[in-house]
Write a protein that binds this ligand. Structure first.
Ligand SMILES: [Zn+2]
Length: 405
C-alpha cells in the first residue's frame, strides 16, 4: 500500500459527501433498466454524467459500451476500473420509490450501483488529476448477464484504450444480502466459478413399447448417463477442486407405449479451477459416448463454454484488503472463506491482466444479511450506503497501483 492515510481519508469523506448525488444517478438508472448488449438510455445517462469531467470518451460498436480515459498530470502506467450496466428480465417487487419504469425489467443484480459507483470513482479521480502519474480506463460494460460483454469490449480494445496495455484491473459486485452494507469481501485465487452448458442427444431407434428388443431405446440409456455423470464427478475429480454437474432438463418420447428415437439431456457445469474447467468437457463426452455404446446406441455432445473462472491476483486482493481496512476500519473487510458458484464475465479481463474483484455488501438497513432477498430476486433491494464505499475503494485501488509506477 503506497497511499498516505490522509489521501484515503479524503477519498472516504469526498465519497460520503457525494453520496446523495451518486445515489440520485443510481435511482435514475434504476428507473430505466435495460437488458443485453444495447442499453441506449443507460449509455446516455453515463455519457451525460461523464461530460463535465473532461475525459477521453468513446462508445462501442458491437455493444453500447462507454470507455473513458482519465489522463493524470504526469506520465505513468494505465489501470482499469470496470462497472457492468445491464439489468434482468425480472418484474420488480421492492416498493422502492425509484422502482423500475420498464415492465418486466429490473436492476435486480445491482448493476445500477456499479454504473453510478464508477461515475463517482471517476469524479473522485478527476478531482485528483494533478496527483496522478498515469491513466485510468473506465470500462462501462453492457451484457454481463450471459452475453459476454466484457469479452466483446476486450475485442474492441478496452485493455489498450489508454494507448498501452493496462497493468491492473479492478471491479466490484454489490450484494443485496450475505454481507452488511459497506462491508467488502474477497479472496485470492478463485472467487467465482466457471459456468458451462452441455447438451447431450442419445440417438436410438424408435419402436413399439411392447417389443423393445426390436428397437434401440434411448430412455434407459439417458437415465444411465445422468447417473454415470454423478459417478464421474465423485470418482474421477479431486474432492478439493469441486465440480457441480446438474442435469436440469430431460426430454424424450410422446406416449407410454412408444419407444422414442431420441432422448435429450441439458446440464449446467460449474468448475472452480482452470485445470478442471479444461478437463471436464472430454470426461463428460466420454461418459455419454461410452454409456450409449455399451447398449448399441450413439450420443452426440454439444459442450458450450460459458464464463471462465474469476481468478483474483493474490497481491491485488491484498491491496484491496489493506486499502479497505485503512479507509473504513478493520471490520470493513472480510476474507471470503470460499468461492461463489455463480459466474462473472470480468473473468475475461482477469485472464488478461492481474487484478481484483470484490463483493460489497448492500443489505438494506433493518434486514438480516442471512435472510434478505438475494441478487436476482424481484424483492432484492440494494442499500445506497454501499455507494459511499465502492467508489472510494475503486479510486483508492487505481491511485495506489499507479503510485507504484
Ligand atoms: Zn451481477
Amino acid at each position: 500500500m503506497a497511499l498516505a492515510a490522509e489521501v484515503l481519508e479524503a477519498l472516504r469523506v469526498d465519497a460520503a459527501t457525494m453520496l446523495d448525488e451518486t445515489a440520485a444517478l443510481r435511482h435514475a438508472l434504476h428507473r430505466v433498466p435495460e437488458i443485453g448488449l444495447d442499453l441506449p438510455r443507460t449509455q446516455r445517462l453515463v455519457l451525460d454524467a461523464l461530460e463535465p469531467l473532461g475525459l477521453e470518451v468513446r462508445t462501442g460498436t458491437a455493444l453500447s459500451s462507454v470507455v473513458a480515459v482519465l489522463r493524470g498530470a504526469r506520465p505513468g502506467p494505465a489501470v482499469l476500473l470496470r462497472g457492468d450496466m445491464d439489468a434482468l428480465p425480472v418484474t420488480e417487487d421492492t416498493g422502492e420509490p425509484f422502482t423500475s419504469g420498464h415492465a418486466g425489467v429490473m436492476h435486480a443484480c445491482g448493476h445500477d450501483q456499479h454504473v453510478a459507483g464508477l461515475v463517482a470513482a471517476a469524479r473522485l479521480l478527476a478531482a485528483r488529476r494533478d496527483e496522478i502519474a498515469g491513466s485510468v480506463v473506465l470500462m462501462f460494460q453492457p451484457g454481463e448477464e450471459g452475453l459476454g460483454g466484457a469479452r466483446l469490449m476486450i475485442e474492441e480494445g478496452v485493455l489498450d484504450a489508454a494507448g498501452e496495455r493496462v497493468v491492473a484491473a479492478y471491479g466490484l459486485h454489490v450484494m443485496s444480502s450475505t454481507l452488511p452494507a459497506g462491508v467488502v469481501a474477497s479472496r485470492p485465487g478463485t472467487l467465482m466459478a466457471a459456468s458451462d452448458t452441455v447438451h447431450v442427444t442419445v440417438h436410438g431407434r424408435g419402436g413399439h413399447g411392447s417389443k423393445p428388443y426390436l428397437a434401440l431405446d434411448p430412455v434407459p440409456v439417458a437415465a444411465e448417463i445422468v447417473l454415470a455423470l454423478q459417478t464421474m464427478v465423485t470418482r474421477q475429480l479431486d474432492v478439493f477442486d469441486p465440480v457441480v454437474v446438474t442435469v436440469g432438463r430431460v426430454e424424450a418420447g410422446t406416449k407410454d407405449n412408444i419407444i422414442p428415437e431420441v432422448a435429450y439431456l441439458d446440464a449446467t457445469v460449474r468448475t472452480f479451477s482452470e485445470a478442471t474447467h479444461a478437463a471436464v468437457p472430454e470426461r463428460i463426452a466420454r461418459v455419454a459416448h461410452h454409456v450409449a455404446a455399451a447398449h448399441g446406441l450413439t450420443a452426440t455432445v454439444d459442450y458450450q463454454r460459458g464464463y471462465p473462472v474469476t481468478a483474483n491476483d493474490a497481491h491485488e486482493v491484498a491491496r484491496a484488503a489493506s486499502l479497505t481496512r485503512a479507509t473504513f476500519g478493520a471490520d470493513a473487510w472480510v476474507d471470503a472463506a470460499e468461492p461463489v458458484p455463480g459466474a462473472e464475465d470480468f473473468s475475461y479481463v482477469l485472464q488478461e491482466v492481474p487484478g481484483a474483484f470484490v463483493f460489497v455488501g448492500a443489505t438494506p438497513a433493518g434486514e438480516d444479511p442471512a435472510t434478505a432477498p438475494y441478487n436476482h430476486s424481484p424483492q432484492a433491494r440494494f442499500a445506497d450506503d454501499a455507494l459511499a464505499v465502492g467508489p472510494a475503494l475503486l479510486a483508492a485501488l487505481a491511485l495506489d497501483r499507479l503510485a507504484e509506477g
